[in-house]
Write a protein that binds this ligand. Structure first.
Ligand code: AMP
Length: 214
């Protein structure tokens, strides 16, 4: 089973994905995490990737599709794709990858959330350099300044969570997501929920959808 979580940066996809992994055993494929891992590795294209991310631009469809295809390795497993697809060519590229592996998309969940709430959330977001736990200076601050409660490592603000990069990512998101959502709506697998309520309430809505998905 493959479920896609879609929505603007800061809509809570990552938080919900973590809960789905813990409570329902999904394998989580976050293209943002995969790209960041490679951008900070010794790979030949690391420097280019860092530049792309820092400027709030999209990484090439080819790189993204290769990374995702490698991760979708077992048709028996339940996968959760987060932050992907972000272009129409990724949509059709994913169709081909899944068809070759005899897999299919069971549901696409779209998190709707107003832009001003996103900017407020992202500007306060901190993440742990080691265990990737996410905090927010407004809603969920760490107990010790800039130290992770879970593992004691340092907390950092992502360079692409600076206001200028956030605005660019939101503009790109709005431009690119409308036609993608239209494709999945046409296939009858799109579900839209609000990402504005508490994480627990959003998770309840998500579980209801997945209960009826196979
Ligand atoms: P995220 O953590 O999902 O906000 O992704 C961080 C950055 O990684 C994005 O701003 C892009 O530069 C890159 N990225 C992640 N997923 C994709 C994707 N599906 N297509 C293109 N670029 C992506």
């Amino acid at each position: 089973m493959v479920v896609l979580l879609m929505g603007p940066p800061g809509c809570g996809k990552g938080t919900q994905a973590k809960l789905l992994v813990e409570k329902h055993g999904f394998s989580h494929i976050s293209t943002g995490d995969l790209i960041r891992a490679e951008a900070y590795s010794q790979s030949d294209r690391a420097r280019d990737l860092r530049e792309t991310i820092d400027q709030g631009n999209l990484v090439s469809d080819e790189i993204i599709l290769d990374l995702v295809s490698e991760k979708l390795s077992n048709p028996q497993k339940a996968y959760l794709c987060d932050g992907f697809p972000r272009t129409l060519s990724q949509v059709y590229g994913l169709d081909t990858v899944l068809c070759n592996k005899s897999m299919r998309i069971s549901a696409v969940v779209h998190f709707h959330i107003p832009d001003d709430l996103i900017i407020e959330r992202l500007s306060g977001r901190l993440s742990c350099v080691q265990c990737k736990a996410i905090y927010n200076l407004l809603y969920n601050p760490p107990t010790n300044n800039l130290i992770c409660d879970a593992c004691g490592a340092n907390l950092l603000q992502r360079s692409d969570d600076e206001p200028a990069a956030i605005r660019k990512r939101l503009t790109l998101h709005h431009e690119k997501s409308a036609p993608i959502l239209a494709v999945y709506e046409g296939r009858g697998i799109l579900h839209t929920i609000s990402g504005a309520p508490s994480p627990e309430a959003v998770f309840g809505a998500l579980e209801k959808i997945l209960k009826n998905t196979h």
